[in-house]
Design a protein around this ligand. Structure first.
Ligand code: BGC
Length: 737
């Protein structure tokens, strides 16, 4: 046994004291008084041992990782997890640095730590904040026992452009869904108790508007009005702050011409002054350096000056703070009080998470005993099956009964490459393949498979074998899509097609004239028109993580009735992008979204997407009726009661996401054609009818008006209730202030 393991075995885990913000600030203030300027600056640096370019530091030419920590020049560590690694680094901080200030460890636990949960866009399709909160608790549990103190999640960037690879990390296109899920993430990770041994601190990102990069091209320009920013892009962050998020990460993009990392309007005016955010801000990975390429700073010293003045507390990987802040203070261009302010926030955070009480709080010799537990896998399976969207299901093709021979064809048939980007420490080996999942639920001989082709090359040599296998079967399941790392950071695409020769394989299988079920694996909405026309059923599987195959088999066999709804619209073609349900009203609308002369539309494709936000089928048949309101007019603080009847007109029990949208008929500024205002997930047994009640009040009707006040106006409204953003059932009411 190594000495480190022996030391780890001696660690203790006493219950930690849960401190208020004020108590943490007092303690931080007390400590700050003992710190040298250099030590304070050191707290503002996040070191990534594997990636940091730490050579060439002006003040300490030959510093290496250990020396930096020992000299108190690093406040936190990026992307290091696991007991032995974190223990060794923490020990240096605690035992060798002058004041023994512990490090915190930040890691990207985005949709799974060891157990893979579905990618975030998939989880958003569950429309189920409670379930997402549970998934985050499970991720927190695993990561908190692997040395991690803070996760860089949730990403609450609102997205409308599937070309952008990071849509897979998002909650989709709707601001209401984004805010309720944002809150669920923060509560799930932090569990209202940062000192707990089972929670991790959350850092929401990327502040702000990163989801709106032009052309969906990664790291590109963002240019939008303050109205658009406030109405659509800020609410996700505000929801995180209201839920008590510990930290906020700045984005790579510019806002109003200024890089977000040194944007005083965002970091001081909005975050601190308006929202009174008391946590710390952190840059994105070397986003500080990018000011040099944006050409808004001529050198690194200027980067440091602009960033600290703007309100950036912690620098990730970039070293402009530790290199230049001292010099800037000596020459008088930065006041030491700014360093104190930033340092206090970092120290207060460390008190809050209990690192001063137990710097080894997240470090366990038996950390593996907390990973991939059966209960966590069961939860992952439930979340995965509730994230799969049934896009089409003609003549009840799904579920598939036993006693049928099923040919599973395609590159995802028996693949475990289904973690998806930003998979934390999740291994592909932990993932159940589709074939294995099916074989666990059908007789083994009923499931035959062939890969047919790869995901993204021109090799057709497997076609013949695939056709032969399919010929002999009663039904074909075609498992196709994008490779798991074709989405994620730095994975923008200009085409949204299914890559390689997969479409050709599909066309050849179609010729066999057998029932065809298509399952699409991808991190973004893709063009599926051919599949819509030629498949009998389509499942959007995204990337489902460790329990992928089991969850899909649950749906295919009918053990689970699909209930997910799209959190992002699927275009017919990339030429429609951005296409999203809550677009503004134009002055020349086309009545039905089809071509009409001199109207706002295309001559070659409809305005509407192939599958709209909120769309998702079930094996049950839900029928909505009897939409009623308590009053035709509400005023001031009065609320409106909206009731609707939903019937499960089928022999199959199922869950439905009931969605309530409003359309405002007049306002001082243009509003969207529809706005989601409430959702309710209900379970109905076969034949059951339920009456649901929603309450709407003035906050639900408020919008940034012509004077940029968030307020309702005297307006008439249409309410739509149903199972997607295309819901038809409607009624009208009026609001007067
Ligand atoms: C990403 C962030 C991530 C960070 C740390 C960056 O490249 O944009 O989302 O949290 O790296 O890994």
């Amino acid at each position: 046994m190594t000495n480190i393991i022996k030391e780890l075995q001696k660690l203790e885990y006493p219950e930690l004291y849960q401190r208020t913000n004020d108590e943490c600030m007092d303690l931080a203030n007390h400590l700050l008084r003992k710190m040298t300027l250099n030590e304070k600056i050191g707290q503002l640096f996040q070191l990534a041992p594997s990636n940091a370019n730490i050579e060439g530091l002006a003040w300490q030419e030959k510093a290496d990782v250990q020396q930096l920590i020992a000299s108190g020049m690093a406040g936190s560590i990026l992307s290091v997890a696991g007991a032995e690694n974190t223990y060794q680094l923490q020990k240096i901080a605690v035992e060798q640095s002058r004041l023994g200030i512990p490090l915190f460890f930040g890691y990207d636990i985005i949709h799974g730590c060891s157990t893979g949960f579905p990618i975030n866009l998939a989880m958003a399709c569950s429309f189920d904040p409670e379930l997402v909160e549970k998934a985050c608790q499970a991720m927190a549990f695993e990561s908190a026992h692997l040395g991690i103190s803070l996760t860089f999640s949730p990403m609450v960037d609102l997205v409308r452009d599937p070309r952008w690879g990071r849509v897979m990390e998002s909650n989709g296109e709707d601001p209401y869904l984004n805010t309720i899920l944002a809150k669920a993430y923060v509560n799930g990770f932090q569990q209202h108790d940062l000192s707990s041994y089972n929670s991790v601190a959350a850092c929401c990102k990327h502040f702000v508007a990163y989801g709106a990069v032009e052309g969906g091209r990664e790291y590109n320009t963002v240019d939008m009005s303050e109205r658009e920013l406030r109405q659509y892009h800020l609410p996700g962050y505000k929801a995180c702050i209201d839920a008590g998020v510990s930290s906020i990460m700045t984005s790579f993009n510019i806002y109003n011409g200024v890089p977000a990392t040194a944007n005083e309007f965002l970091l001081r005016d909005v975050l601190r002054n308006e929202w009174q955010f008391s946590g710390f801000t952190i840059s994105d990975y070397t986003s500080s350096y990018e000011m040099l390429d944006h050409k808004t700073a001529a050198n690194e010293k200027e980067v440091a000056r602009q960033s600290i003045l703007a309100g950036l507390d912690h620098e990730m990987v970039a070293t402009t703070y530790i290199k230049y802040l001292q010099e800037l203070i000596t020459e008088g261009s930065v006041s030491e009080s700014l360093i104190d302010e930033a340092c206090l926030r970092i120290l207060a955070f460390k008190y809050q998470v209990g690192l001063f009480d137990n710097p080894y709080k997240n470090i366990y010799h038996n950390s593996h005993e907390y990973q991939l537990l059966p209960s966590t896998r069961n939860l992952a399976r439930e979340v995965a099956s509730k994230s799969v969207v049934l896009l089409k299901n003609t003549d009840n093709t799904l579920p598939i009964a036993t006693n049928k021979k099923i040919a599973v064809i395609g590159p995802f048939a028996n693949s475990n490459q289904v973690v998806g980007a930003w998979g934390g420490l999740v291994k592909n080996e932990s993932c159940i393949t589709l074939v294995d999942g099916l074989r666990a639920q059908y007789a083994t001989h009923e499931i035959v498979y062939a890969t047919g082709c790869n995901i993204n090359d021109n090799d057709r040599s497997g076609f013949a074998d695939a056709i032969a296998v399919a010929k002999d079967a009663d039904i074909i399941i075609l498992a196709i899509g994008e490779e798991q790392y074709m989405s994620g950071e730095a994975k923008s695409r200009a085409y949204l097609n299914i890559p390689g020769v997969q479409n050709e394989l599909a066309a050849q299988l179609k010729l066999l004239n057998k029932p065809l079920v298509t399952i699409v694996f991808a991190g973004r909405p893709l063009e599926l028109e051919w599949y819509h026309k030629n498949s009998d059923a389509i499942l959007m599987a995204w990337f489902l993580g460790s329990e992928s195959g089991n969850a899909l088999a649950d749906i295919i066999s009918g053990k689970v009735n699909p209930s997910a709804k799209l959190a992002m619209s699927f275009p017919y073609t990339v030429g429609q992008v951005p296409v999203y349900y809550n677009q503004y009203k134009t002055g020349r609308p086309s009545a039905n979204g089809e071509y009409a002369e001199y109207r706002s539309c295309y001559i070659d494709v409809p305005n509407y997407p192939l599958y709209s936000f909120g769309h998702g089928l079930s094996y049950s048949n839900f029928v909505y009726s009897n939409l009623q309101i308590s009053k035709a007019l509400i005023t001031g603080n009065e609320t409106l009661e909206v009731t609707v009847q939903i019937e499960n007109r089928s022999p199959i029990a199922g869950e439905e996401v009931v969605q309530l949208y409003i359309e405002c008929k007049s306002f001082s500024v243009v509003r969207p054609v529809r706005e989601l205002k409430a959702i309710r997930k209900v379970f109905l047994t076969a034949g059951e009818t339920q009456q649901l009640t929603f309450i709407l009040g003035k906050d639900d009707l408020a919008y940034y008006n012509i004077d940029m006040e968030f307020t309702p106006e005297n307006s008439d409204y249409i309410i739509y209730v149903g199972g997607s953003s295309l819901a038809k059932l409607n009624t009208e009411f009026s609001y007067r202030t």
